[in-house]
Design a protein around this ligand. Structure first.
Ligand SMILES: Nc1nc2c(ncn2[C@@H]2O[C@H](COP(=O)(O)OP(=O)(O)OP(=O)(O)O)[C@@H](O)[C@H]2O)c(=O)[nH]1
Ligand SMILES: [Mg+2]
Length: 380
């Protein structure tokens, strides 16, 4: 795909196909948001909606009704980013683009995001990084073979839940072992309970139907996972073309990072797929996602004798009892502890007072909901 330079206004963007926008996920709500964001109307400078495909410093490639358009940040965007780094136009954003008489294009506003995948910077001082926005479904991608990393799946599933999108687990490389279905069921049950699980063999087109259905609804699917798990291979299989370069066939090298930019691709029948570079470190912004991913531990904790049980050596601990009975893997409690600690640290760091209070309210609400659900079940 070639992007028109900022100076090339060969196609009047505002006159072109509305279907292109709708295939990208543009709907009445976005249309409304676009008009809300249109504060100035210049007769010689038409504005139009576009979706951000990829960004680099101070500029981005977008897809509009007329096709690809490259635009630089307008003054309002520069000002917004100065006060909130997360406001930077990001892959997946719907933006208002202004076409200027000299052929340049600028991004004048980022339309309010419906969802956002944001990772906290581990050990860093910045406020985090937006990985993808306006995502409907986050696919956490992990290789089923040779050694799926369950802790990594849990961490990414929490990130996916926090984004506001619908998480699902995609286990790739189903062809490299004999017990793929069994292994996937075991992994899914443990770390992605309640979420759909796909087992894929990308080059054979196997296991892709459910993901294709997601795209057929003109939804946006984001692929998150470590380097080498097969995200770009999956993207190419879904798109039916070599949209992104992948690691050499059969390569099992880790950390090669073949994909280096976050990029949105329009699927042939509509819908969009966002491919991302392999994630090395993923910090969690808050504890909301963890409550979803570790619902089993939170559920067991309701039966602990002490309401502030740390599930360590306290008498009457239902979590330790479940471990002793072989019902809960010890690894999972360790993972939960680690991520809870991290989320709590992050909460203090980002905004000591506000984030901690939010976390407490959320935890209490989750606990109350579970208690209510449980007492409902016991009454029945
Ligand atoms: N056998 C087998 N190999 C696969 C499958 N999916 C991906 N691969 C291989 O896994 C390797 C890594 O695939 P990529 O798609 O480049 O991985 P990625 O997740 O995009 O990696 P980064 O871009 O570095 O983040 C390649 O050699 C692929 O051919 C699969 O279903 N089966
Ligand atoms: Mg890749």
């Amino acid at each position: 795909m070639t992007f028109r330079s900022a100076r090339d206004a060969a196609v009047p963007a505002h006159l072109a196909s509305a279907d292109q926008l709708s295939r990208l996920g543009f709907d009445d709500r976005w249309d409304h948001a676009f008009h809300e964001a249109s504060t100035i109307h210049l007769p010689d400078a038409p504005a139009f909606p576009a979706r951000v495909v990829r960004t680099d410093r101070g500029a981005c490639d977008t897809l509009s009704a007329a096709g690809p358009v490259r635009a630089t940040w307008g003054a309002d965007v520069v000002a917004a980013v100065a006060s909130d780094p997360l406001a930077v136009p990001s892959t997946g954003d719907w933006v208002r683009v202004q076409a200027w008489p000299d052929g340049n294009h600028t991004v004048e506003a980022v339309l309010p995001r419906r969802t956002a995948v944001v990772r906290a910077q581990v050990g860093g001082t910045s406020s985090g990084q937006v990985l993808a926005t306006n995502v409907d479904v986050v696919a956490v991608v992990e290789g089923l073979y040779p050694d799926p990393d369950l802790g990594r799946i849990e961490r990414l599933m929490a990130l996916a839940w926090e984004s506001g999108a619908q998480p699902r687990l995609v286990l790739t490389k189903g062809d490299l072992g004999h017990d793929a279905a069994e292994l996937a069921a075991e992994i899914g049950g443990q770390v992605a309970a309640g979420c759909p699980v796909d087992v894929t063999i990308a080059h054979e087109g196997e296991g892709l139907d459910a993901l294709r259905e997601v795209l057929a609804d003109r939804a946006t699917l984001a692929l998150l996972g470590a380097s080498g798990v097969g995200k770009s291979t999956l993207l190419n299989a879904l798109l039916g073309r070599e949209a992104m370069r992948t690691q050499a066939l059969g390569a099992v090298h880790k950390g090669r990072h073949t994909t280096v930019t976050r990029e949105l691709h329009l699927a042939p029948g509509g819908g969009a797929v966002i491919d991302t570079p392999g994630l090395r470190s993923v910090g969690l912004q808050g504890g909301e996602g963890l409550a979803e991913v570790f619902a089993d531990i939170d559920g067991l904790a309701l039966d602990c004798r002490f309401s502030d049980c740390a599930h360590d050596r306290e008498p009457g601990c239902a979590v330790q009892a479940a471990i002793d009975a072989g019902e809960l893997p010890e690894r999972r409690l360790a993972s939960w502890r680690k991520l809870q600690r991290e989320a709590a640290y992050q909460a203090r760091r980002v905004d000591a007072r506000l984030r901690a209070a939010e976390l407490a309210v959320w935890k209490q609400r989750t606990l109350d909901n579970r208690r209510a659900a449980k007492s409902g079940r016991q009454k029945r």
